[in-house]
Design a protein. Structure first.
Length: 143
């Protein structure tokens, strides 16, 4: 019950992110979520897309350096405190959250949290056991 996050290394110069975004757009790849971690010379663009396989092929053909990481995507109520319950459950069960980012769903009242944790299987067990709906790759395609 994970989704594929693609982390792309992009030179930290004006226009480089625009080039990558244009490339994906030209191939009808829809980004569902995006996060950027930057350093002085390059950035790591983390994306969740509608078609991870096609995106990987497009990036590879264009010469981008990237990796694919399984991450969790949890549907949470889009309301104050919605994230707190998930963070509490992870912490109480000794699961470290390495990073997270969010995107709002087209379905009113929901947001999706992308989470990179130290133990996907344990986090899936804990969150699912407490009624947190985790989203699979197929559902990301349909959003």
């Amino acid at each position: 019950m994970t989704v594929k996050q693609i982390s792309v290394f992009v030179e930290n110069k004006p226009g480089r992110l625009a080039e990558m975004a244009a490339l994906l757009g030209q191939q009808d790849i829809d980004m569902r979520a995006l996060s950027i971690a930057e350093a002085e010379d390059f950035g790591i663009v983390r994306i969740i897309v509608d078609d991870a396989y096609n995106t990987a092929q497009v990036l590879k053909e264009a010469g981008y350096v990237f990796s694919i990481t399984p991450v969790l995507a949890a549907a949470i109520p889009d309301e104050p405190g919605g994230l707190s319950r998930i963070l509490d459950l992870l912490g109480e069960n000794g699961i470290n959250l390495e990073y997270t980012y969010a995107f709002i769903a087209r379905e009113k009242g929901l947001a999706y949290m992308i989470m990179r944790v130290t133990d996907n299987e344990k986090a899936i067990e804990v969150l699912s056991g407490q009624g947190i709906r985790l989203v699979c790759q197929h559902e990301i395609t349909e959003i």
